[in-house]
Design a protein around this ligand. Structure first.
Ligand SMILES: Cc1cc2nc3c(=O)[nH]c(=O)nc-3n(C[C@H](O)[C@H](O)[C@H](O)COP(=O)(O)O)c2cc1C
Length: 392
């Protein structure tokens, strides 16, 4: 088959011990389709991930909660029960059968939760910031009864922190039992590790607050726990250095994230996954802005870098070609295009995504986005038909 400008995105790359065939990564995407009750990955999720797996391609799972108290999004899957591990195993086996690789993204939502998700317990956070759940908050929590403002949270006692680090370790062990290729720490978008990092949410005066070193301690301890289970080269960390989503703020983000990137070097991680500043959560805020965060941290972090956030096929190719990123993760385009790597490789048109079904609970807007091949069969006048058949 003839390819159209395959480009650097379609050159092999080694990530930890994984030999990938291309650099189009599936970004972690919460889709709320786990089986309830129990947050169990079921057949619908298996179909969705199988559709998106590709030979030598890399998938990062949707954020997956590490414990009951870590829950904060109705329908998100977990990694704290045997039933969840069994469900994930079927998914990972199916991705592997298609030649793909898959990491599990481990998640503690911290203050971004609601008592409807935590068996009535107040969500936990580094510090109490009443504005976060006050009348002017922009934060929302997804619960069995719908969307609500987050519940009032409580400050974690320092004596509780080792227990949470231990929950990450246990979840990392369970991800191993499920057959994943590795684990990614979700330290972006205003969830617990990010809440510790940034001084808008961390007002502590003990060893976990105050200085940049202290605010980074929780993240580094969690990474240490994950590395103790997997080895550094099977652990990734996702950060959002300029993220404002979930009411996040920091007085000196450049110094903070420079320090974090530098400290992470010692773990010899599989990769650092950086969300670019142009994206606020899942909403594009500044179209066409350059890849600032990745380019900066590239100078500091010595390992592999995955960049994410508002990429188009051509800007992804440019970022990899410029050497700023080694791989590029796509979020919304992967929602809508199960065969995204193949579409990019062949320069085919991309399906548009439907935001209204991002977080609904059934197959619609989830497993019914068409593959290009299906669309082609439905339209005989398609000018790209010849090329797909290898005729042009
Ligand atoms: C529906 C949806 C769910 C998301 N869920 C997660 C998640 O579970 N974990 C995470 O780190 N980021 C999550 N994100 C952020 C994406 O991984 C990605 O960073 C963001 O969509 C920007 O990339 P894009 O412009 O290619 O979509 C989500 C985004 C969307 C649209």
């Amino acid at each position: 088959m003839k390819t159209v400008s395959a480009g650097k995105l379609f050159t092999p790359v080694k990530v930890g011990p994984m030999e990938l065939k291309h650099r189009v990564v599936m970004s972690p995407l919460t889709r709320s389709r786990s089986v309830q009750p129990g947050d169990i990955p079921g057949d619908l999720m298996r179909e969705y991930y199988t559709q998106r797996a590709s030979e030598g391609g890399f998938i990062i799972s949707e954020a997956t909660t590490i414990s009951i108290t870590a829950r904060g999004w109705y329908g998100a899957p977990g990694m704290y029960s045997d039933g969840q591990v069994a469900g994930w195993k079927k998914i990972v086996d199916a991705v592997h059968a298609k030649g793909g690789r898959m990491f599990s993204q481990l998640w503690h939502t911290g203050r971004s939760s609601h008592v409807g998700m935590t068996n009535g317990a107040a969500p936990v956070a580094p510090s109490v910031v009443p504005e976060y759940y006050g009348p002017k908050t922009t934060a929302m929590a997804s619960t069995p009864a719908g969307w609500f403002k987050p519940s009032p949270h409580r400050e974690l006692d320092i004596a509780e922190i080792p227990g949470i680090v231990g929950d990450y370790r246990k979840a990392a062990e369970r991800a191993k039992a499920a057959g994943f290729d590795g684990v990614e720490l979700h330290a972006a978008n205003g969830y617990l590790p990010d809440q510790f990092l940034q001084d808008g949410s961390n007002k502590r005066s003990d060893a976990y607050g105050g200085t940049i070193e202290n605010r980074s301690r929780f993240l580094l301890e969690v990474v240490g726990a994950m590395v103790s289970v997997w080895g550094g080269n099977r652990v990734g960390v996702r950060i959002g250095p300029s993220g404002r989503w979930n009411e996040m703020s920091d007085s000196n983000p450049i110094a903070l994230f420079d320090y974090v990137a530098k400290q992470l070097n010692r773990f010899e991680l599989a990769y650092l996954h950086i969300i670019e500043p142009r994206v606020k959560g899942n909403v594009l805020i500044a179209e066409g802005q350059g890849h600032i965060a990745t380019a900066r941290l590239r100078e500091i972090f010595t390992g592999t870098i995955i960049s994410a956030g508002g990429f188009e096929p051509d800007t992804a190719e440019a970022a990899v070609r410029a050497g700023d990123a080694d791989l590029v993760a796509f979020g919304r385009y992967f929602v809508a295009n199960p065969d995204l790597p193949e579409r990019i490789r062949l320069g085919l048109p991309l399906n548009a995504y439907d935001r209204d079904t991002f977080y609904t609970f059934d197959a619609r807007g989830y497993t019914d986005y068409p593959f290009y091949e299906q669309q082609r069969r439905g339209s005989s006048s398609d000018p790209l038909r010849q090329q797909l058949r290898g005729g042009a």
